[in-house]
Design a protein around this ligand. Sequence first.
Ligand code: HEM
Length: 509
Amino acid sequence: MPSKQVFNSQDGATYTTSTGAPVAKPYAAQRIGAVGPLLLQDFHHIDLLAHFDRERIPERVVHAKGAGAHGYFEVTHDITDLTCASLFKKVGNKARTTVRFSTVGGESGSADTARDPRGFAIKIRTDEGNLDWVFNNTPVFFIRDPAKFPHFIHTQKRDPQTHLKDADMFWDYLSLNPESIHQVMILFSDRGHPDGYHHMHGYSGHTFKFVNEAGEFHYVQIHFIKDGGAKSLTEPEASKLAGDNPDYGIQSLFEDIEAGKYPSWTVYVQTMTAAQAEKFRYNILDLTKIWSHKEFPLRPIGKMVLNENPQNYFAEIEQAAFSPSHTVPGIEASADPVLQSRLFSYPDTHRHRLGVNYNQLPVNAPAVPIANFQRDGFMAFSNQGSRPNYQSSLVPLEYKSKPYEEVQHETWLGAANADLSFVTELDFEQPRELWLNVFNDTDREHFVHNVAVHLCNAKSAEVKARQLSVFAAVDQGLSDRIANAIGVPTVKPLQVAPASAAIRFKAFA
Ligand code: HEM
């Protein structure tokens, strides 16, 4: 479509400077005579160039490439026994929602079909403030010790010298940190390249806590299950699309919504009491593990529909700032150390990427009025008028007290402890189940192919052998098939501590 000049725009706007002064010739620049130098007095020209020079903001340090849309979240089932969050007070409650999907490791121009987990970030504007659910399309993650995150991400990005993605670095990290194996098994299945951004499920991965009016809490895992099912590409399809149309995911989301084919998800929770959590075979704060659906069935809570494309991508999606710490009363973080670290990391990076007043940007501003004592800073365009900017401790705030705020639901005791997990046989059980009982023959064949075409790029025989030993700890047959596919000797399983050595979860210390 030919571009609409501002003169013909529907709102009848006249071309102006950024201060609103009309400018007759947008392309003209003031100069002395016909061929002389330019004039410093030409605010229009200087402002034009100066603004252009500053158009870029830092891209997200991870999840830089993405696509997003708006829609709504609707409560479909009564879960007031689980949470007092006002969103869930009534079946039928609806809240305006913004979602951003993303790949993780690539830059903002990288291919949408790259093998990578996908981000699934949701901002639900409730009448008690914004509830952000910053999820992925996989129910587990590579790490459970938060200090590993920057190291891990470095190895998935570019080598410091060659500035190339590096298969040796990639597999060296994963084989040296084998608690990643469950996520590796999912990543190298065809689920590692979903068909676009909106044909996939979303998972909290972490355990969260829902707290009800009586102050009782449940541990929960949250699932967004795509209506009509998830769809994946095969490796050859994904690789071809990466070259032919790197923006395949952005395009198909946009075009489906324009055509009225609104993607929707049914939202479920799995719940566990503290007593159940103590008996559970795995630590519920270990994000490399899932909860069995048989033991902890999915309970429906709501639905989400995306029915509106952004009018302006930068303002409504790029500037969106999601954080697991943006939450509401009745929905809380668990003590999962990776989640706890994320509570800090996201607002910290938003202040860097968007500025200290990032929550005043229209896409981030909550639907409810803000009343607090934060003032000023760069771009404070909603500065709370003449409202006092300090609080007296003699005059208690008029706030609605909730009974659970007085209840101590988890009591933590103990000295500071430099905690670091270690790998045990427990870490291979769920990946083995996936390989032997969840994958079918085609899935297994694709998995071996998908690993082989990547692992064969590693130059180091030691790295290849080490990763094969991790696969052998899952299943010897799996490892041998990959070894044969890449033409290297087969290896024995990695030896790790017995399952009995694993740290168990205690809800009450
Ligand atoms: C210690 C672990 C982690 C750290 C430090 C971390 C940090 C970050 C940072 C700094 C960003 C960029 C945010 C921005 O610029 O707006 C980001 C994005 C994101 N992260 Fe994480 N992350 C961690 C683990 C995870 C996990 C476990 C998940 C999912 C379960 C996840 C999901 C996402 C998503 C979906 C985004 C993109 C948000 C968007 O679209 O704006 N991250 N992460």
